[in-house]
Design a binder for this molecule. Structure first.
Ligand SMILES: C[S@@+](CC[C@H](N)C(=O)[O-])C[C@H]1O[C@@H](n2cnc3c(N)ncnc32)[C@H](O)[C@@H]1O
Length: 280
């Protein structure tokens, strides 16, 4: 069997199972099963697929048909220019969170020198570890309520050679750390509880604690906005990813006596989901 033939059949199966973007999903899975670059499969449709790789691919395909996220099946997700191990312990980092990390970097570049960052709700460690990778003098604290997720963040830090500049805190509130930090950056759970049951099966296979933000989705975000001033340096920033409409609503409630430079940023889809404010 050749790669091209297998991919055509597999894309048909995934489409039938209701998987979005069936062809790219099939390509990533076959590349993962064969241990080759995805582009090679496209460039060489006549590439023979060895029987062991075909068996692995069949197992991958079944998981995808059952609604598993692609990143869980492959075991990794790229985040900007780092590769993270991901599995059922953590949320799969999303493209908009790569944008959030980029905004955090823009802010830190303006601070210069030895900077410190808190990644609140670290999950796989994506945001904070990428910042630590980008800024060689950055000291990172990754805080996470889920011990399983925190273990994954630790493993990623070790894999990326960043452990010596990272500390890991298992906690459910900002009270657990002292700071003061140059930036507190967070992609907290922000989906309102009542919306959760209607989410796609793929999203529902991710940890519930990574999704559920309470009645209006803002439980964790509100706590961060309230406590962050006591954990930030003067001129330090709070930067969060939220849902559309949530960022503006929360920003409105943040006092101008405490915060300056309050604004929202949009993601590449035009959704104003990023909240930014600087401590006076
Ligand atoms: C939306 S996920 C973000 C994960 C990762 N930062 C990312 O962007 O891919 C939210 C994370 O916050 C954690 N979390 C939820 N409630 C928390 C709380 N009260 N305190 C600390 N972490 C919390 C979840 O376990 C989850 O890992």
């Amino acid at each position: 069997m050749t790669a091209g033939k297998i991919l055509t059949e597999a894309a048909g199966r995934l489409a039938k199972a209701g998987v979005d973007e069936p062809a790219p999903n099939a390509q990533w899975l076959l590349a993962g099963a064969m241990g080759v670059e995805r582009l090679r499969l496209l460039a060489e449709p006549d590439l023979p697929v060895p029987p062991e790789a075909l068996a692995r691919f069949e197992a991958f395909l079944r998981l995808k048909e059952e609604g598993q996220p692609l990143a869980y099946i492959l075991g990794w997700q790229d985040f900007r220019d780092i590769r993270l191990k991901v599995d059922g312990r953590v949320l799969v980092p999303r493209p908009e969170t790569e944008e959030l990390a980029g905004f955090a970097a823009d802010f830190l570049r303006g601070r210069g020198g030895e900077v410190s960052a808190l990644d609140y709700g670290a999950g796989s460690g994506a945001i904070g570890l990428w910042l630590a990778h980008e800024f060689p003098a950055l000291k990172l604290t990754s805080l996470e309520v889920s011990p399983e997720a925190l273990a994954c963040a630790r493993e990623n830090a070790a894999e990326l050679g960043l452990s010596s500049r990272c500390s890991f805190v298992e906690a459910s509130t900002l009270d657990a750390v002292e700071g003061p930090f140059d930036i507190i950056v967070s992609n907290p759970p922000y989906i309102p509880t009542e919306v959760i049951p209607g989410l796609a099966p793929e999203v529902l296979s991710e940890p519930h604690v990574a999704l559920d933000g309470g009645e209006d989705g803002l439980d964790v975000a509100r706590m961060l906005a309230r406590l962050a001033p006591s954990r930030l340096k003067a001129g330090g920033a709070l930067l969060m990813e939220l849902g559309g409409g949530q960022a503006a609503a929360l920003l409105e409630a943040m006092s101008g006596e405490v915060w300056t430079g309050k604004r929202t940023f949009s993601d590449l889809n035009g959704i104003y989901r990023f909240l930014f404010a600087v401590k006076r």
